[in-house]
Design a protein around this ligand. Structure first.
Ligand SMILES: O=C[C@H](O)[C@H](O)[C@H](O)COP(=O)(O)O
Length: 299
């Protein structure tokens, strides 16, 4: 019999914490969403003295979670200069074979990326719905955190990058819940633009295998897409966590945040599937250059 989703999330969280929570950490990153709740629960269940550990939240919900658990929160900008977070745990909306992730489904994104990039190790915890071979298989869009005044121009640019679902729907502003008219706001008071693409995103292995990305048609490799979207004026963060992982991520000037070193998926049968990131990814062979649309000045 299939287990409940919540049971699957809890199982993944418990194993991830058991395998990765350091003996004597100074700082631990706590992400956002519904799965991270079980990570905090599992950390408490370890029974360690955590009074000297600073827990770095990735937003409002995450900070409340830390406080309610009786743990000590420390804001990201209060971390001592040059000191890394020992480990960060967070959820994801979809994870591919190389452990590139889509994040931001719950509108937390920018602070999650900052904490992941500042961490020696980033561990992802999720359930079987998130376990895919390529991104944008089941999860429909790439979430992008955008400065509100730039939202229209960002969406226009995304269309040029081929952002369109297979059914023809273009990028859109994420609307608020029932009681909120207009777009939702992030913890930074920014908007979320959701950008669909017509095909699942390619991995570096696809390109090394000879598959050619074709941005003109909206067919992209993950890291290339993350970099291209981040370059749009007004974009604060792209919900693609890609690029280097573990120690390599520390010194790199990374746009992608960092890939997790491992992702724990709670499965339908109650087991936990662990996917580990290949430390070295395939080098990217070829992508089509993006052809800019011609702007005519003719009247
Ligand atoms: O914006 C939200 C975050 O990126 C979450 O970590 C992600 O959406 C996964 O959330 P959940 O654990 O609720 O599926």
């Amino acid at each position: 019999m299939a287990v409940e989703i919540e049971t699957a999330k809890r199982a993944a969280a418990q194993l991830a914490v058991k395998n990765h929570f350091p003996d004597d950490p100074r700082f631990v990153g706590i992400g956002s969403g519904t799965t991270i709740v079980y990570v905090v629960e599992a950390i408490k269940e370890l029974g360690h003295d955590l009074s000297r550990v600073g827990f770095v939240p990735t937003g409002y919900q995450s900070k409340q979670l830390v406080i309610n658990a009786g743990l000590v929160p420390i804001e990201f900008d209060a971390l001592p200069d040059g000191v890394m977070v020992d480990i960060a745990f967070d959820g994801a909306d979809e994870v591919d074979d190389e452990l590139n992730c889509i994040k931001g489904g719950g509108a937390c994104l920018y602070q999650e990326k900052m904490v992941a990039m500042r961490s020696k190790e980033f561990i992802c915890v999720a359930d079987y719905r998130k376990l895919q071979s390529r991104l944008l298989t089941k999860w429909p869009t790439v979430p992008i955190e955008v400065e509100p005044k730039a939202a229209r121009q960002v969406m226009a640019r995304l269309k040029v990058l081929g952002s369109k679902s297979a059914a023809g729907k273009g990028p859109f502003l994420r609307e608020g819940a029932i009681l909120k008219a207009g777009p939702i706001k992030t913890d930074q008071d920014f908007f979320i633009v959701d950008a669909p693409f017509p095909e699942p995103l390619l991995t570096s292995a696809d390109l090394a295998g000879g598959t050619v990305a074709n941005p003109v048609k909206g067919v992209w490799e993950v890291e290339e897409l993350a970099r291209t979207i981040k370059d749009i004026n007004g974009v604060l963060a792209v919900g693609l966590f890609c690029g280097p992982t573990g120690p390599e991520a520390r010194d790199a000037a990374v746009i992608g945040g960092q890939r997790p070193v491992a992702c724990y998926f709670g499965m339908e049968d109650g087991s936990v599937h662990v996917r580990r990131a290949p430390r070295k990814r395939h080098s990217i062979v070829q992508t089509y250059p993006l052809i800019e649309p011609k702007i005519s000045n003719a009247h």
